[in-house]
Write a protein that binds this ligand. Structure first.
Ligand code: BES
Ligand code: MN
Ligand code: ZN
Length: 493
């Protein structure tokens, strides 16, 4: 989909689908009233007759309006309040886009930046229009033999062509394309998306940008380094693990890098602590953290952000077999600390702990890991917010700010020492599980034992990166790419 800004008067538009809006009390926004005037009060009249409603998210399609050269006008309802919440603004965009016939080939002009959104300016609205429209039109039909492609080619946004708006356009497109890229990888099934597939994808991505290069650590190298935790996860599978490192250079060498670490379990059966059949559906999405890191790097390279960024993808497949790790096995991690694997289904923290220790060599400014780490986060926060846990309060503040700006929201949870006790093992330095209570926190406590040497934040995205349950609704969301890109944009100032 192409996006552009259009600042010509509404009424001079020809052969266009126009999207305008109306409130529940019948009051029209500025573009809606211009259309209404041109067609001698038709919209107002339809409202009076109850043919056109202002209820939030309802849409009414009007064709060939007299007095205009417009093909099609869609009137979208904005509800009661003149000042919209960010969430309602996004709902209005999504319903508008859903009401477009995907077979139509004419141009579409969205007149929605004129709506007032609490605490947000026009550039923010432009960015949201691009991201939400792209999200709403997303299809993953790579494996369908009968495709119904969307005919829409361009969406225009009614806004002035000043430098702020043009920048918002570029940022919105950068984020939207990276989100789509992340979804396309995340939605792949595990018989295609293996650790070696992800390594190949990383190589393709880095070949597209002169500012990026890639290094893949193979199993032998991991063994030599002593990554006993990561290897313990992979050893039940025929697929070899890979630690994939992508380096983006956008700032002078001496500037310390930001490192993003993604959990890349290409399928999580649970291992010998096998999941139930129902519990396994959705587990192709256990590499969403890695897909997010790829997408974030793509956006950063596309937008040429003046930072140094490293992406680390900790990839492996978690399978049960004669060579798999077993409950009560003890392994030595790259850090030297020993771990008793009480549950082979708590494999994410095992690959991440070695990847995090590996990050020390980059002398990072901050490290952020992104992982579909626990089912517990779905119980705690549902699908609306990712969990945030960190050892550095200012980093929490920066991420919370970026989350509000991008509407890719997070909620902070405590990382108090009191919870560390749940990880005690009588045989090793720690166990890999902390019991039934506070599963999100004990998982983060485990990781915190490997991140003492740098500022670190953990994002548990098991509830937000994909809709994993239900047969029809399963789909990747591309989150938290918008959050991370916004965080990195803010960092350069
Ligand atoms: N990949 C899962 C977490 C998950 C569960 C993501 C459901 C999305 C939906 C993770 O590897 C896992 O299995 N975690 C266990 C941890 C437990 C054994 C301590 C869990 O959440 O049950
Ligand atoms: Mn698991
Ligand atoms: Zn997992």
């Amino acid at each position: 989909m192409r996006f552009s800004l259009n600042s010509s008067p509404i009424i001079t538009q020809r052969h266009t689908t126009l999207i305008v809006s109306l409130f529940e009390d019948g009051s029209l926004t500025s573009s809606a009233s211009k259309v209404d005037k041109a067609c001698h009060g038709l919209i107002h009249k339809l409202y009076k007759q109850g043919q056109c409603q202002g209820k939030l998210g309802t849409t009414t399609a009007l064709y060939s309006l007299p007095g205009t050269q417009l093909d099609h006008v869609i009137v979208v309802g904005c509800g009661k309040n003149r000042s919209l919440t960010a969430g309602n603004f996004r709902k209005i965009i999504a319903s508008s886009i859903k009401s477009l016939p995907t077979t139509a080939t004419n141009s579409v002009l969205l007149c929605l930046t004129e709506l007032a959104v609490e605490q947000q300016d026009i550039p923010w609205k432009i960015q949201q229009l691009i991201e939400v429209s792209t999200h709403t039109l997303y299809q993953f039909n790579q494996f369908k033999t009968q495709k119904e492609p969307c005919q829409l080619k361009e969406l225009q946004i009614h806004a002035e062509m000043n430098s702020h708006n043009k920048k918002a356009l570029a940022q919105g497109v950068g984020v939207a394309e990276a989100v789509t890229y992340t979804k396309n990888i995340a939605n792949l099934p595990s018989n295609i998306c293996t650790p070696s597939y992800l390594a190949k994808e990383a190589r393709i991505l880095s070949a597209q940008y002169k500012t990026m290069n890639v290094k893949v650590l193979e199993e032998a190298a991991m063994r030599k380094l002593g990554m006993g935790a990561m290897l313990a996860v992979a050893k039940g599978s025929a697929e070899k693990p890979k630690l994939i490192c992508l380096h983006y250079h956008g700032a002078p060498k001496q500037q310390a890098p930001i490192v993003l670490v993604g959990k890349g379990i290409t399928f999580d059966t649970g291992g010998i602590s096998l999941k139930t059949a129902d519990g396994m559906v959705g587990m192709k999405y256990d590499m969403c953290g890695a897909a997010t890191v790829l997408g974030t790097l793509k956006a950063v390279a596309q937008l040429k952000l003046p930072i140094n960024l490293i992406g680390v993808l900790a990839t492996a497949e978690n399978m049960p077999s004669g060579t798999a790790s077993k409950p009560e096995d003890i392994v030595t991690s790259l850090s030297g600390q020993t771990i008793e694997i009480l549950n082979t289904d708590a494999e994410g923290r095992l690959v991440l702990c070695d990847a995090l220790t590996y990050c020390e060599r980059f002398k990072p400014d901050v490290v952020i890991d992104i992982a579909t780490l626990t089912g517990a986060v779905l119980i705690a926060l549902g699908t609306h917010a990712s969990a945030l846990l960190t050892n550095h309060a200012p980093l929490a503040q920066d991420l919370l700010t970026a989350a509000e700006q991008s509407y890719d929201r997070v909620w902070q949870m405590p990382l108090w020492d009191d919870y560390q006790e749940q990880l005690k093992s009588p045989f090793a330095d720690m166990a890999n599980v902390g019991g039934r209570f506070a599963g999100v926190i004990t998982a983060a406590c485990f990781l915190s034992r490997f991140t003492k040497k740098f500022h670190w934040a953990h994002l548990d995205v098991a509830g937000t990166a994909a809709m994993m349950m239900g047969n029809q609704e399963r789909m990747a969301t591309g989150r938290p790419v918008p959050l991370l890109v916004q965080y990195l944009i803010n960092r350069k100032r």
